[in-house]
Ligand binder design. Structure first.
Ligand SMILES: [Ca+2]
Ligand SMILES: [Ca+2]
Ligand SMILES: [Ca+2]
Ligand SMILES: [Ca+2]
Length: 436
């Protein structure tokens, strides 16, 4: 664990690292996820991004799968009411192509208003080259799990002759993590470090014993998911064959909500549209940098900031301080901070690293030939255990929160993410899958 050192010394080490960490690509990253990670998006669920994913199609490595999820914790019985994309939100993939913090291309998705409980929304998709297409979303469904055609098959659309395939609709949330155990373990670990640094081993072991709970706070819940399958060739020739991906959610500023009482009339749609420029209100690069390492008072600011802000060191001191408080040593602070600071907080995927898996059941510290997160991010990658591994200074044998695999299987073909949970039938084997 970390020897006592001042923040100033750690920052000096970080500054030194900024020149060095580029050689560590792909560098390991931070924790968990991004559901309700800041005060603003906790009260504006449509703008609350949950996770971004970027990985090579394990069945066809000439394709890149990108995904952005939002509106987490949809309970199956409420699929219809909550299963929609907000027509006043722009869902954007920022794509980075030359290894710096500045995005070089974009994929934008917006949706039409919802016109009926079972009617699809029409997505408008603008690809990296500016070409624009439309495609139907998959409407939400509520059916009793196990009944015929339940849920219906996902709607997948080929976008013209580009080779791009598009999906948008509700899916199981494949992120897994024991939120209460993590909170208890990290609070106890901070107390150990505050009392003695490096911490007493018994104290640290007792802190980590909180993970014996092993419950996945996300099991049994659905999330809205936008997924694209994109031929690698559409990314051109990125530097070192590595692309950066940052999923952002934006609204126009200002927004208009029910501007006049005259608009309350039979059949009126409440206008939740805006005008002016698009403003980023949430972003999803590496999972849960904001949720775990940024102080509460700066979480909204972090979500609105850019990857260029990250690289300028805007949040570096907070990230270093949060890791020091957990006893993370300088070597591992540098590895972790490098991901969220040096070239901005985004996923980095090497398009030349062969991938044959969705990551289900794999661990960075024990799986032979592991090629998952922090090389991009696959739906099954155990990003929490990856974070814990570096926070705990790479213990031999690894470290786990015991919430390691998704509760339902993945699909074997695009969009790969499992179907949405449905209300349970009565009888044996019908228990609710939520694990709070
Ligand atoms: Ca979020
Ligand atoms: Ca760039
Ligand atoms: Ca799940
Ligand atoms: Ca885990």
């Amino acid at each position: 664990m970390l020897r006592t050192r001042t923040r100033r010394a750690a920052l000096a080490a970080l500054a030194l690292t900024l020149a060095v960490v580029a050689f560590l690509t792909p560098a390991p990253s931070l924790i968990a996820s991004d559901h309700g990670d800041a005060p603003y998006n906790s009260s504006d669920q449509s703008i609350d991004g949950a996770d971004a994913y970027a990985f090579l199609d394990p069945t066809d490595n000439t394709r890149v799968i990108l995904s952005l999820t939002s509106r987490g914790f949809i309970a199956a019985g409420e699929n219809n009411n909550f299963g929609q994309f907000d027509p006043s939100v722009r869902y954007r993939f920022e794509i980075e192509l030359n290894g710096d913090p500045k995005p070089d291309a974009f994929i934008d998705i917006t949706f039409s208003r919802r016109t009926g409980a079972t009617a699809p929304q029409v997505a408008t998709i603008t690809l990296l080259n500016g070409q624009t297409f439309t495609a139907n979303s998959t409407p939400p469904s509520v059916c009793i799990a196990g009944s015929a055609n339940c849920p219906p098959a996902p709607t997948i659309t080929d976008l013209g002759t580009t080779g791009v395939r598009f999906y948008a609709g509700m899916r199981d949330d494949t992120f897994n993590f024991d939120i209460p155990a993590f909170a208890a373990a990290t609070a106890a670990l901070r107390a150990c470090v505050a009392a003695q640094n490096p911490p007493d081993q018994t104290c640290a072991n007792n802190a980590l014993a909180n993970f014996q709970r092993g419950r996945d706070s996300f099991a049994g819940y659905n999330v809205m998911n936008i997924a694209l399958s994109i031929p690698k060739s559409l990314f051109g020739t990125p530097t070192n064959n590595i692309i950066g991906v940052n999923g952002v959610l934006q609204r126009r500023s200002p927004q208009l909500f029910l501007a006049s009482p005259d608009q309350v009339k039979p059949g009126a749609n409440y206008p939740a549209t805006g005008f002016g420029r698009w403003v980023t209100l949430d972003r999803n690069g590496n999972p849960a940098v904001n949720a775990v390492l940024i102080p509460f008072g700066r979480k909204d600011e972090y979500n609105a900031a850019t990857t260029m802000d990250d690289a300028a060191g805007r949040f570096a001191a907070d990230i270093v301080a949060s890791l020091q408080a957990l006893g993370t040593n300088t070597t591992n602070i540098n590895i972790l901070a490098g991901v969220a600071v040096t070239n901005g907080d985004m996923l980095r995927l090497n398009l030349n690293t062969a991938n044959t898996s969705l990551g289900f059941g794999e661990e960075i510290y024990s799986t032979a030939n592991y090629v998952g997160y922090p090389n991009g991010r696959r739906p099954g990658d155990d990003v929490v255990d990856t974070l814990l591994f570096f926070i705990a200074n790479q213990p031999s044998g690894g470290i786990t929160d015991n919430a390691n695999v998704n509760e339902v299987p993945f699909l074997s073909a695009f969009p790969f993410f499992p179907p949405p949970h449905q209300p349970r039938p009565v009888g044996a084997g019908a228990e609710d899958l939520t694990r709070n």
